[in-house]
Design a protein. Structure first.
Length: 301
């Protein structure tokens, strides 16, 4: 019947139009997080991560971290995490608690933690990043709460992360300080692949325990952050990988996508650092509204 034929054509046209919109929406979602950052266009990026000029506090921190982050310690830390609930509080309460910490591993700034978190999120907001990415920027360092939850110091909380259980990469900063780590001379852990298989993927390796890994495990079952946000949290301190291209012999195809995600996050974490204070009281209502969209009122820490 002519009417049915006409309606059939209209249905096809409508379906095609919907498909086109969905493709555009998908492209837009990708564009929102996966375009070059704009806020840092005028930044002198050579002024960041200048570890060769770092103070003794930073150098001593990494010496201790590199000596003590062993396979045995990392297995114990993960087991302890599973057995212990350290606190129960809201995201904003966690931000306020963290604000008393000064990160001994950071050579770039001495601003408070709340300043860094807000600077990161605000840079994303200025660049029009999606809400989930803004709130990821806001919370990305909350794993540093480990410092108040029975850590052995700052060496198992902050600093660049690296893979344990195989040969330490020479792409790690202050590589020579690994020589005092017992695993450096272990007949298995000191080999190229160690306890892993070639291209086994980051899901199957053990990163040095610290605030990235801790917060990832806290939030993966207690938030509605997308996988991209969780990856940004888990790997943002894994500089030997996302900046220096180390560990390619252990990564797989999935990790190539993750690398793209983490690199999109990194400029906001690194280059947003400055000594100009944020107006916390003014910004708090906006970010509390974002927190309510992605997190419960209280979380187990």
């Amino acid at each position: 019947m002519p009417g049915l034929a006409r309606n059939g054509h209209l249905l096809d046209e409508t379906s095609d139009a919907i498909d086109a919109v969905n493709v555009l929406k998908g492209d837009a979602a990708s564009y929102e997080w996966n375009t070059e950052s704009q806020f840092d266009a005028e930044k002198d990026k050579t002024q960041f991560r200048r570890y060769e000029e770092a103070c003794d506090r930073v150098k001593n921190f990494y010496k201790e971290q590199h000596e003590k982050q062993t396979v045995a310690y990392n297995l114990k830390a993960r087991e302890d995490f599973k057995k212990t609930t350290r606190a129960r509080m809201s995201i904003w309460q966690a931000i306020e608690l963290l604000n008393t910490l000064i990160d001994d591993s950071d050579p770039d700034t001495n601003v408070s933690q709340i300043e860094h978190l807000l600077q990161t999120a605000e840079a994303m907001r200025r660049d029009g990043r999606p809400e989930w990415m803004q709130v990821t920027g806001l919370v990305h360092d909350l794993g540093k709460l480990l410092h108040f939850f029975g850590s052995e110091g700052q060496w198992d909380v902050v600093g660049d992360t690296f893979i344990v259980g195989c040969q330490f990469s020479e792409k790690n900063i202050y590589y020579d300080s690994f020589a005092q780590n017992p695993d450096f001379h272990d007949p298995v852990y000191s080999t190229k692949y160690g306890i892993y298989k070639p291209n086994c993927g980051l899901d199957n390796i053990m990163l040095s325990w610290g605030h990235d890994e801790y917060l990832y495990h806290v939030l993966k079952d207690q938030s509605t952050l997308p996988e991209e946000g969780l990856a940004m949290i888990r790997y943002h301190s894994f500089y030997p990988w996302h900046r220096e291209n180390a560990y390619a012999h252990l990564t797989n195809e999935k990790d190539a996508k993750t690398l793209e995600i983490v690199r999109a996050f990194n400029p906001y974490d690194l280059y947003s650092k400055n000594d100009e204070p944020c107006d916390v009281a003014k910004l708090r209502p906006y970010y509390e509204s974002l927190i309510a969209k992605f997190f419960p009122a209280e979380l187990n820490w």
